[in-house]
Design a protein around this ligand. Structure first.
Ligand code: ATP
Length: 214
């Protein structure tokens, strides 16, 4: 007997915002996910524009999780001193949770570029993919993604409870036209970010003086 599926959402979360949180809540409710695990990723120190530190991104993700029942933070990628591939994280989680279907959540932008991910075809051996609508990215699939969908797409939410991995589910979430990039621009311009991210995260950004214009 399998356990209830859980959702996994990896991201830079620089900062975490409603474009991450609302689609995750919609997926949780549509699919009956038992938990949403937020997995902040490691950003290499040499990457351009490290806007805030790993500790600050983690603090913001923790604040967001604290006000959402069923949301937890998984620090494994941040704790490594080099970037983790998603496939490695999924393989580790599969070992830890042998009876739990894993639903890896991503926006449409990520699905469109999936063929550039390390060992992308193996991802579905370890998890289902749950893809959220994201304004600005239409489902104009490159051939490799169209082929993947032809083999793995399902519209049956219960199928994600009956297997550990292997399905792709296209969500019908409320589209949220927000990116962290846009939010950083807005903050740098001194605009009020209210309702675009959790109030506790907005307070933290203010206290720490993050994302200010130079
Ligand atoms: P940036 O603007 O800094 O590139 P981002 O807002 O796209 O950041 P990420 O942390 O890179 O955020 O995204 C993590 C995951 O969340 C990705 O799978 C991405 O597709 C998804 N995501 C981010 N924003 C949205 C949104 N508005 N709607 C749906 N999915 C989203």
């Amino acid at each position: 007997m399998l356990k209830a599926p859980i959702g996994l959402l990896g991201g830079t979360f620089d900062p975490i915002h409603i474009g991450h949180l609302r689609p995750a809540i919609d997926a949780r409710d549509a699919l009956g996910l038992a938990e949403i695990r937020l997995i902040p990723n490691h950003i290499p120190p040499h990457k351009a524009n490290p806007f805030c530190s790993s500790e600050q991104r983690l603090a913001m993700v923790r604040l967001a999780a604290a006000e959402n029942p069923g949301f937890v933070v998984d620090e494994r990628e941040l704790k490594r001193d080099k970037p983790s591939y998603t496939i490695d994280t999924l393989m580790a989680l599969r070992k830890e949770l042998p009876d739990t279907p894993l639903c890896f959540l991503m926006g449409m932008d990520s699905l469109l570029t999936l063929p550039s991910w390390h060992r992308w075809q193996a991802l579905l051996d370890y998890a289902h993919l749950v893809v959220s609508v994201r304004p600005g990215w239409q489902p104009d699939y490159p051939t490799e993604v169209a082929d993947l969908l032809a083999h793995h797409h399902t519209t049956d939410a219960s199928a994600l409870h009956r297997r550990l991995a292997g399905h792709i589910w296209l969500a019908d979430n409320l589209p949220i036209a927000l990116s962290a990039t846009r939010l950083r621009e807005l903050l740098a311009a001194g605009q009020d970010p209210r309702y675009l991210l959790p109030a506790s995260v907005a307070d933290y950004i203010r206290q720490q003086g993050l994302y200010q214009a130079d």
